[in-house]
Design a protein around this ligand. Structure first.
Ligand code: SF4
Length: 471
């Protein structure tokens, strides 16, 4: 079997996206201050997760059960989605099916236009990042305010989220104080509590001004026709309850068949996401305000977004990646993520799960390089809340990209030579260790940029074997 690094050694067809990825990763990997901050924050996460796990009598069984529930949800997704629509519309909610990002944006803009929306409040949602909602709103003269503190910090800094759960994970408290000082004119000496108060005061006013509130959803629940939103700050509740119109946008894979599944999924998401036993606010929304209710929006829409998910659904091997509950545990465990950080990936979903799904959501040719940026250590699979075989799916992506003919001529030739040499003992035995070192290290120069040179044994395997067993 060839060594796992072999794929990295050969020259691949370089797309713009892969070149940018390599350039950004190279810079970040050498940034020791960045690594210090990430290790500090991931260290805090690692310290609390074991505590959260104590609430499960059998952690392995809980993850196994969750995987089974998601298996059922995804295998029957068409029926589950229709059941959700039926139940949700019964209470006056409106469902919009969006095949891609452009359709979702078009629908949101049409609603905003109808409501004469000038200001929109938004809670944390990776799907809205995926469709670049803020850019579209801005282009159409609508102010969009991120209300999650981490997202608000990132918005102030003009950066996308760095991590799917903790958007400003790469920033220290000093970085945030400096940012607020530059953007909001607050004293640079403010503590995290004081900084939070500043953001809170600004955001509170925005909730009452906004005509439309946008949220994501952690789960779609088909049997009650509702969505479930998990958060720690209460901002999602305010975003969906204050404005007269609430739009929830959610990827179709977020399906759970029953409200009773939340008994497992809420603690699972909390523990694997942040180490909490249960997240502070867990809300189920089943439609707009009803006649006998005092609060809530007058109108509520749920946009069910495909945007490439059905490509994954139709692939029996990759389908498993749709079980993801976006807890972020695989990012925190990944040695690659910990070195290059979330922004180097250049895509919405970073880390192992991002490297698995992005080539299938956005195109293998432009994003296959993400699947190669892995040591295949399997740490992601070990920690996954719903036991997705992430490292095997990375390998599957590599296989599919080869089958699609996306490998360069030089890569194909390198593998041919490797295979030829591996299958002929005579060729393997040709030349001594020094000669092999010269040839291989000369051929695979890119490997040497980041690693020590390969060092072949002075004697061949046959020579060593004969020496050992000559008697
Ligand atoms: S792949 Fe697993 S560990 Fe990674 S975010 Fe999804 S559920 Fe969490």
């Amino acid at each position: 079997m060839p060594p796992p690094f072999a794929l990295k050694l050969v020259t691949k067809k370089m797309t713009d996206t892969s070149q940018t990825f390599i350039a950004k990763s190279t810079i970040k990997a050498a940034d020791l201050e960045h690594r210090r901050k990430i290790n500090f924050n991931i260290g805090k996460y690692n310290a609390v997760v074991p505590k959260g796990k104590e609430q499960f009598a059998d952690m392995h069984l809980a993850r196994e059960r969750a995987k089974n529930v998601k298996w059922r949800a995804i295998e029957t997704l068409d029926q589950q989605l229709e059941e959700f629509e039926l139940n949700f519309t019964k209470r006056g909610g409106k469902v919009i099916w969006a095949e891609n990002a452009a359709q979702a944006i078009e629908e949101i803009l049409a609603i905003c236009k109808e409501k004469n929306c000038k200001t929109l409040v938004k809670s944390k949602s990776m799907v809205t990042e995926e469709i670049h909602l803020n850019d579209a709103l801005e282009k159409n003269g609508i102010e969009s305010i991120e209300t999650d503190l981490g997202e608000y910090i990132q918005q102030l800094d003009g950066e996308p989220p760095y991590h799917i759960v903790t958007p400003a994970m790469h920033k220290s408290k000093e970085d945030v104080a400096k940012l607020f000082n530059e953007k909001l004119g607050t004293p640079i000496t403010l503590t995290p509590t004081e900084l939070t108060q500043v953001a809170r005061k600004i955001l509170r006013e925005k909730y009452t001004e906004a005509e439309v509130g946008v949220t994501g959803a952690n789960f779609i629940i088909s049997d009650i026709g509702g969505i479930a939103v998990t958060e720690n700050e209460g901002n999602a509740r305010l975003s969906c309850a204050f404005p007269k119109t609430h739009i929830a946008i959610v990827g179709i894979e977020k399906m759970l068949p029953s409200i009773t599944d939340l008994g497992l999924f809420w603690p699972l998401l909390s523990t694997f996401g942040t180490g909490q036993k249960i997240t502070v606010y867990n809300t189920i929304v089943t439609g707009p305000r009803q006649e006998n209710e005092n609060d809530g929006p007058e109108e509520m829409y749920v946009i069910l977004l495909d945007n490439g998910r059905t490509n994954i659904l139709q692939n029996p091997k990759q389908r498993e990646s749709l079980y993801c509950i976006r807890c972020g545990a695989c990012l925190n465990a990944c040695p690659v993520y910990k070195n290059i950080g979330g922004h180097a990936y250049g895509v919405t979903y970073s880390g192992p799960i991002g490297s698995v799904i992005t080539p299938n959501l956005q195109g293998m040719e432009d994003f296959k390089h993400l699947s190669y940026a892995s040591s295949l250590c399997g740490n992601c699979t070990e920690v996954c809340a719903v036991k997705i075989n992430l490292h095997e799916l990375l390998l599957e992506n590599r296989k599919e990209s080869v089958e699609e003919g996306l490998t360069s001529f030089s890569e194909k030739m390198a593998w041919k030579v490797w295979k030829l040499a591996s299958m002929k003992r005579g060729l393997m035995n040709m030349g001594n260790g020094n000669l092999k070192n010269k040839v291989v290290n000369g051929l695979f120069k890119s490997w040497k940029k980041h690693h020590g040179p390969l060092d072949f044994s002075k004697k061949t395997f046959n020579e060593m074997w004969k020496e050992r067993y000559k008697k």
